[in-house]
Design a protein around this ligand. Sequence first.
Ligand SMILES: *C/C=C(C)/C=C/C=C(C)/C=C/C1=C(C)CCCC1(C)C
Length: 263
Amino acid sequence: MEAITVGQYNLVYNIFSFTFACMFATFIFLVLSRSNVAPRYRGALTMSALVVIVAGYHYFRIFESWAGAFVIDGTSISVTGEPFNDAYRYIDWALTVPLLVAELVAVLGLARKEAGKLTFSLGFAALLMVILGYPGEIADSTTTRLIWGTLSTIPFVYILYVLFSQLGDTINAQTGEVKTLLKNARLLILATWGFYPIVYLLPVILPSTSGSTIVALQVGYAIADILAKAGYGILIYNIAKQKSEQLPEWNAVGVEAAPAAGD
Ligand SMILES: *C/C=C(C)/C=C/C=C(C)/C=C/C1=C(C)CCCC1(C)C
């Protein structure tokens, strides 16, 4: 671990702590809001809740690892010799990224067979993307980083292709606000997921061992994670809620339950 300033250390420390809080708060929200959606869409909420709790746990570990890698003495900072563990982040992605695509498929409400196939191919591509990125992330050489990064981009492009071409008809067949929300979810995936390869390239563009590069990488990934997991989870919840309201049987339940809601 290279030398960083106390200010840089504190910035990353606070961002990790904030990210942990966001994931945890979103988890509580999703668990408490379960009864607002019809049973058939609760699977999507379960997956959203799993994503944020798994990510929250890993952020806690990342946070501890960061704190353990440095010692602060007044205004000076030095390394303890215990390395900052970057593997937590990739283990987290390997678990959560396939779940994120499964959430989207679950909320589409497709026929079981079609949904299963789509979840499998998207989930597998997502896992492959993360696995292929890791050797490059931990490599010191720029060439190695670029080779693995390029390989990882292949399943990434495949996922975007499926979302924007193959799923286009399914999304266009939805009605009202659901259609807009699904398009937003897809755009949020494009915008937030597209951020990761850019952050990954920072050590190639900037001086790779400087403190600011390390800080930019950690802060960049943390912000992307908040948007791609917590922000996206809330969007999925909204889609599930709107879709539930389109179900006649769910509306009937809602009307009956209405008087009781006041007490
Ligand atoms: C919650 C975590 C998410 C949504 C992580 C997404 C990660 C990516 C889309 C990563 C993509 C990468 C490439 C396309 C090439 C370079 C290596 C990666 C793994 C950073």
